[in-house]
Ligand binder design. Structure first.
Ligand code: DOR
Ligand code: ZN
Ligand code: ZN
Length: 425
């Protein structure tokens, strides 16, 4: 099986390449990257005036399978990924049952393989059942294909257990993803603290409930010389503390999600539960600092934090609605619209934060277009405008505050292991 992509502008951060070339894949592997390849092929894609990038990698998605498959299952989650240009997804452990044993891991990987070419990489929970007490058997589970550990959805509150888990993650060379939140400061809160919360009569969480947890986690990681990855950075102070830690040489990486560089808590006006998320949408100064962190390299990765919830969990009084925003189908376009188009970061930098840097974190030998590598490739039109339409969302859940937004950048093809798995018609 041969696939030829003609005349696309390749943007490949691994070698800083931004130039028009043809790409020939054979049996799922990239064979040639050259000008004017004329070889006979089974499939030819004309990518003229399109951008050709490594298949996107999302290091933070919640597929609700097993447990809440009415919100998302592995099949619909993969469909959403394909539509958004993602060829690799890290799925978080807060399923039911929790991903803390080989049976759940095997179930997820086998089901994903059966229904999609998207690579699904599970993380296991840090603590058994995500209960915060007993460490999950990381060493054993690594053999079954986990690429990280995380209790995401909540923090590991016990500092001693966190310290032990960091020692464990270092021993098995597997990244620990930390959801940083001081629950003693966020308990009872439903949005960001500030004028908007006051005017809506809702209880808000202060920025320090995130940044204080990040500072503590970083210091604990430093004390045992372990790496730590901070999930969904949303506040100004969080960016500042991570910037200082990196300068100091501490092995910290972090991600933010598209909604944290594009939206503020203004979005909650009218008690819009699709804008209810944890950490919450912050204010304008936070958004500015997140963008600064993206542009100066403090923030390494853009991850979707795709968190599907059913209408029944969103069409509720604000304080009762579930937290979460879907993101797989809009991440690239939000990055294009709010960062690249506004000249906050270059196209190369955006793609780096969605391909090369994610691969560096989870180490799955993807995220680059190179001869000899797996042919995971996304082709998109950087100029095409589209409107986010709930009816067209492939995810089973439609909980997006971006519905109705006009965005730039439309995925035209998603290719996994040399096979077209999504084509925009
Ligand atoms: O908004 C969120 N949704 N934040 C989390 O930490 C968990 C996630 C979910 O699983 O719904
Ligand atoms: Zn989280
Ligand atoms: Zn999450």
């Amino acid at each position: 099986m041969k696939l030829l992509i003609k005349n696309g502008r390749i943007v490949n951060p691994a070698n800083n390449l931004e130039e028009t070339f043809d790409i020939l894949s054979e049996n799922g592997i990239i064979k040639k990257i050259e000008k004017n390849i004329t070889e006979n092929s089974d499939v030819i894609i004309n990518a003229k005036h399109k951008i050709v990038i490594p298949g996107l990698i999302d290091v933070h998605s919640h597929f609700r399978d097993p447990g809440e498959t009415h919100k998302e299952d592995i099949i619909s989650g993969c469909k959403a990924a394909e539509t958004g240009g993602f060829t690799s997804i890290v799925c978080m452990a807060n399923t039911n049952p929790v991903i803390d044993n080989e049976f759940v891991i095997k179930y997820i990987i086998d089901k994903a393989k059966k229904f999609s070419k998207v690579n699904i990489f599970p993380v296991a929970s840090i603590t058994k059942g995500m209960l915060g007490n007993e460490l999950t058997e990381v060493g054993k589970l690594k053999k079954f294909g986990i690429v990280g550990i995380s209790d995401d959805g909540k923090p590991v509150e016990n500092a001693s257990i966190l310290r032990n888990s960091l020692l464990y993650s270092k021993m098995f060379n597997i990244p620990l993803f930390s959801h940083c939140e001081r629950l003693d400061m966020t308990s009872g809160t439903v949005m960001n603290e500030g004028i908007m919360a006051t005017s809506l009569g809702l209880i808000g969480a202060p920025n320090v409930s995130e940044s204080a947890a990040i500072a503590a986690d970083i210091l604990i990681a430093e004390s045992v010389n372990s790496k730590i990855h901070i999930c969904h950075v949303s506040t100004k102070e969080s960016v500042e503390i991570i910037r200082i830690a990196k300068k100091k040489g501490i092995k910290v990486t972090c991600e933010t999600a598209p909604h944290y560089f594009s939206l503020t808590d203004e979005m909650v006006r009218g008690y819009n539960t699709n804008a209810k998320v944890n950490p919450p949408l912050r204010d304008h100064n936070d958004v500015l600092e997140i963008i600064k962190g993206l542009s100066d390299g403090t923030i390494d990765i853009i991850a979707s934090d795709h968190a599907p919830h059913h209408e029944d969990d969103k069409n509720l009084p604000f304080c009762m609605a579930k937290c979460g925003i879907i993101g797989l189908e809009t991440s690239l376009a939000i990055g294009m619209t709010f960062l690249v188009k506004k000249e906050k970061i270059s196209l190369m930098e955006l793609i780096k934060k969605m391909t090369l840097n994610p691969n560096k974190l989870i180490n799955v030998d993807r995220g680059s277009i190179e001869v000899g590598k797996v042919s995971d490739i996304t082709i998109f039109d950087e100029k095409e405008k589209w409107i986010v339409d709930a009816k067209k969302i492939k995810s089973k859940s439609k909980n997006s505050p971006f519905i109705g937004f006009e965005l730039y950048g439309k995925v035209k093809y998603t290719i996994a292991a040399g096979e077209i798995i999504y084509k925009d018609d």
